[in-house]
Design a protein around this ligand. Structure first.
Ligand code: ADP
Ligand code: MG
Ligand code: ZN
Length: 603
């Protein structure tokens, strides 16, 4: 069931129709009889006849007509009017008949009715008309009342989705179960005094199931689900977005416990850059309102805010600090097993042949998102209908993979076998160099599932404890690890690929910082050659030295990185057989854990 967000407001057309019908009814029945009853038009001769017959009790002579009161057939007083006639003897006739003749005669209509008709009714009509036009002009939104935002807030009493509908995102689901538990019984948390984070941010490429996950959380917790998309906050009128935020949180706190979901939060949550001339007032106001609402409400009440974005790097730092969206839940592209699980979830609603092998399809769709896989199943079902069969076969699935994959290749995400091999060697190059140096952070995960962020694979290293200091050896270690990918390409394929571009960027940044800010080079020592210009917004740096020094810095950066590269080549050359065997394994598995890696490395 879905409730309308703005308190059951009926569409405008409803009121217009009501007014129209009332007017028509008045026109057809009430007005004519009123008027007819009050004034009947008669000829001048009838007037004279009635006068002679003594029926007339009062007469009033206006500029263009005569109005008079006479008893009608039933003997009741009625109003009449007649045209003016050039009749010099009229006054005399009136005088002799003894009627009351004045400039004005008291009207018969009741004072209340005439007041209503002449004052209230026109005012009412104009108010309604004015309102209607105003609404039309402001594009169905009420521009005059800033408090009532008219935001499209979608509230669902129950989403009907559960975690079972989301396949393969096990880490994300695990992170969200705590929120579900909290919504089930907030008292348990309140009793101990534990405060759950107010907000969690789902980050990941499009189509990986972020929106689906948010709905599933609400479904699992059996609480109402308020959702709004970030773009809905961005308005023509300054202040409207902020009003919508206020509205949203007001409604949510009335329905607590519940979930508020802000999709595509990057549209309002972009970094506020003070430096830029002018800036975007509306967006900043909206963001500020959101921040203050998040600070303002009491999380023990049971309102949990979820947000989703695929551009986390562009978010304002203020949104991410503790007490706001301090939980960050990655929702990545699915790996082999994840893809198989997603295919199976979506196949449940479709008639399938009993002998379908989903793992073959999963293998063929490296780089596909959950939405792509759902699409593949649907394409296959459509094909089945086209072919006039009753259930989907393996062949239908394979065909639809090609249809959808052709689409990917344009988007540059699905990778052919040979490139996949190169990427596997590149990643194992990093991992192997890291593992063979003492003091490197342990490898946690290696994957060649491409990221839409541009990375074709990555090697994740996680420090064992929290580190606050970076030693010169650590920095050099990192540089060597970063150059390990390229070193593997050179050793095995005797070529250089563009896949190392991110490594190059990072290595350059580290080497530069070592020289210009950390004082780690013998040549320059403890001299600050660069300054951080905006510490809280991005941390860009500016050179603070002469041109000659800048040239020397460049030379030193190149030397440091080249040294690191040479060390990496050396390490890989000494472990060439491991490089081959590990790469082959990664190629087959797509993702391997640090443990698997170490086990293979050590036996
Ligand atoms: P996002 O919000 O991350 O862009 P959505 O949640 O809108 O992605 O996902 C779009 C659709 O793709 C979903 O409605 C669902 O049918 C399918 N889908 C995506 N990921 C999954 C998943 N992990 N399990 C099952 N279906 C998925
Ligand atoms: Mg979405
Ligand atoms: Zn790399």
């Amino acid at each position: 069931m879905s409730l309308s967000g703005s308190g059951g407001k009926k569409p405008l057309i409803f009121y217009v129709i009501i007014v129209g019908v009332v007017l028509l009814l008045l026109n057809a029945f009430v007005f004519p009889s009123l008027l007819e009853y009050s004034v009947r038009e008669v000829g001048y001769n009838d007037f004279l006849n009635m006068l002679e017959a003594g029926k007339i009790s009062a007469v009033s002579r206006g500029d263009t007509q005569i109005t008079f009161v006479a008893s009608d057939e039933d003997g009741r007083d009625a109003y009449y009017k007649t045209g003016l006639w050039d009749d010099p003897s009229l006054t005399e006739k009136l005088y002799t008949s003894g009627v009351n003749f004045t400039e004005e005669i008291p009207t018969k209509t009741s004072p209340i009715l005439s007041f209503l008709l002449s004052w209230i009714f026109p005012v009412l009509i104009f108010t309604l008309l004015g309102n209607f036009l105003m609404k039309r002009m402001s594009g169905a939104r009420n521009a005059m009342s800033f408090g009532k935002s008219g935001a499209k807030i979608y509230a669902e009493t129950s989403t009907g989705k559960t975690f079972d509908d989301v396949a393969g995102q096990d880490e994300a689901k695990e992170a969200l179960t705590e929120i579900v538990d909290f919504l089930h019984n907030p008292q348990k948390y309140a009793a101990i005094g534990a405060k759950l984070p107010k907000g969690a941010l789902l980050v990941g490429p499009p189509g990986t199931g972020k929106t689906l996950l948010a709905r599933a959380v609400a479904g699992e917790a059996r609480v109402p689900f308020f959702s709004i998309s970030g773009s809905e906050f961005v308005e023509m009128f300054v202040g409207m977005g902020a009003a919508k935020v206020r509205d949203l949180f007001k409604q949510a706190s009335e329905k607590a416990p519940c979930i508020v979901f802000i999709d595509e939060i990057d549209t309002i949550g972009k970094k506020r850059d003070g430096g830029q001339f002018g800036g975007n007032d509306e967006r900043e106001q909206t963001l500020n309102q959101l921040l203050s609402e998040m600070d303002g409400f009491d999380s023990t009440k049971g309102v949990v805010i979820l947000a989703a974005t695929n551009r986390p790097e562009s978010l304002d730092k203020a949104l991410l600090r503790p007490g706001r969206f301090d939980r960050r839940i990655p929702v990545e592209l699915p790996d082999l097993l994840g893809r198989e699980a997603i295919l199976k979830v979506h196949a449940k609603d479709v008639k399938m042949a009993p002998d379908i092998d989903f793992s073959i399809i999963a293998r063929a769709t490296s780089g596909a998102s959950g939405a792509d896989l759902a699409n593949i199943i649907n394409e296959a079902a459509l094909r089945t209908v086209r072919m006039g069969r009753d259930f989907v076969t393996q062949e239908d699935l394979q065909e639809s993979v090609e249809v959808v994959v052709a689409g990917y290749q344009r988007k540059n995400a699905v990778i052919n076998e040979n490139e996949k091999r190169m990427i596997a060697y590149h990643e194992i190059g990093h991992a192997l160099v890291a593992a063979k140096q003492s003091g490197s952070a342990p490898v946690q995960k290696i994957t060649i599932v491409p990221r839409t962020s541009g990375a074709l694979g990555y090697t994740m290293q996680v420090e064992e404890g929290e580190r606050v200091l970076l030693t010169r050896e650590d920095a050099l270690n990192k540089l060597t690890t970063l150059t390990g990918g390229r070193a593997a390409e050179e050793l095995v394929f005797n070529t250089r690929t563009s896949g190392a571009s991110n490594d190059i960027e990072q290595a350059t940044r580290i080497a530069r910082a070592m020289i210009t800010r950390f004082g780690m080079s013998d040549q320059f020592g403890m001299v600050a050659l660069e300054q951080v210009t905006n510490q809280y917004l991005g941390g860009d740096t500016a050179l603070a030295c002469s041109a000659e020094t800048a040239a020397k810095i460049d030379a030193e950066v190149i030397r440091i990185v080249n040294d690191a590269h040479a060390r990496a080549v050396e390490i890989l050359r000494a472990n060439l057989d491991k490089l081959h065997s590990l790469s082959a394994y990664l190629l087959e598995q797509e993702s391997i854990t640090g443990e698997e890696f170490m086990k293979l490395l050590n036996d």
